[in-house]
Design a protein around this ligand. Sequence first.
Ligand code: DC
Length: 208
Amino acid sequence: MIIAVDGPSAAGKGTVARAIAKQLGYHFLDTGTLYRMVGLAMLKAGKSGDDEASATAFAKALDPSLVREEELRSENVAAMASKVAAMPAVRQALLDYQRQFAKRQPGAVLDGRDIGTVVCPDADLKLFVTASTEVRAGRRFEELKALGQKVHYESVLEDVMARDERDASRATAPTRPADDAILIDTSDLTREEVLAAVMDLIAEYKKG
Ligand code: DC
């Protein structure tokens, strides 16, 4: 079974996707880390955000097993990830790994922006998890503070809005719900409530 969880940044999709995978004993892939790894490689090599040739080369050479979570979570990396994610050749280079991952047994949960629309259009269940911009910026702000980073809410809000705008308006695989996706607005829900709602949906799907 393949479960696609898409949505804008800090909507809570990562948390819910990880929790579903754990409960079901499925494999979990946060596809944003792939774009972040390419972004980090670009920053480390001192490349600029419009250097598509370098970004594509990094994407092709990417070894997802080398993921180092802490390094990937900064706002700098997020901003560069959003730039490389708009490049069609970068997206293409990362596609095969994601599709192969989705086939893992007994099932896989993938979270991202284009899982239900491009990576796994045949996914068994597609969720589009969202929340208001202010709620998402607030969550991201708390997350960064917890990581010990010095941040201001206003600048996090601006960053979140700029990235979402770029992710949603790009020509290739923009963030958008698939036609058959189920929309979940987490603005006024706790993590537990979101997880319970999603587990109900999965149970219904399994019943047929
Ligand atoms: O979810 P995240 O913040 O870790 O994602 C990092 C960037 O990668 C973000 O700008 C959106 C982009 N991304 C994407 O374009 N497609 C995906 N499937 C996952 C992430």
